[in-house]
Design a protein around this ligand. Structure first.
Ligand code: NI
Length: 173
């Protein structure tokens, strides 16, 4: 497994639409393994393929925060939200592509998602709590949308300027 470099906002690849996965190959399985390792290492609870510059509909997540459990690593290909609750929840979100920046985002409390698994089967599951927030955040990434796109323009611009500064500093280092 290989740790992949996580793109930092602003980057055109984080604003672009991705292509559906057409076949579950060994390369794709290896990519999913790399993404899980990169996510756990960060550490984070979700990572979408465009965040490592791969423009495909693939995301990984594990929102199991129980220290005694082995976790629940999930790999979702071509995920689609098929149902959303009318009830909404507010969560303070962050993003591995926008390090150290957090803001409240309102989203449906529960969602049903359909996706293709690495086993080649179609899966459907209802998510709530942190899982619901995470899966919606990651699916947004597959369509070029970031959590800061839900914020007021001024707040979004402030965060973007901070990230531009961070990238300049990293480039000099
Ligand atoms: Ni993110």
């Amino acid at each position: 497994m290989t740790l992949r470099n996580i793109l930092i906002h602003p980057d055109p690849r984080l604003k672009a639409e991705t292509d559906p996965v057409t076949a579950v190959t060994d390369d794709l399985r290896a990519l999913a393994d790399d993404m899980l390792e990169t996510m756990y290492h960060a550490p984070g609870i979700g990572l979408a393929a465009p965040q490592i510059g791969v423009m495909q509909q693939l995301l990984v997540m594990d929102c199991d925060k129980d220290e005694d459990s082995a976790g629940r690593p999930m790999v979702l290909l071509n995920p689609v939200v098929t149902w959303t609750s009318e009830e909404t929840s507010t969560y303070e979100e962050g993003c591995l592509s926008i390090p150290d920046q957090y803001a409240d985002v309102v989203r449906p409390t529960a969602v049903e998602v359909e996706w293709l698994g690495l086993d080649g089967d179609t899966h459907r599951e209802k998510f709530d709590g942190l899982w619901a927030t995470c899966v919606q955040h990651e699916i947004d990434h597959l369509h070029g949308k970031l959590f800061i796109d839900y914020l007021k323009p001024l707040k979004r611009q402030m965060i973007t300027r901070k990230m531009q500064k961070l990238k300049r500093e990293k480039a000099r280092a």
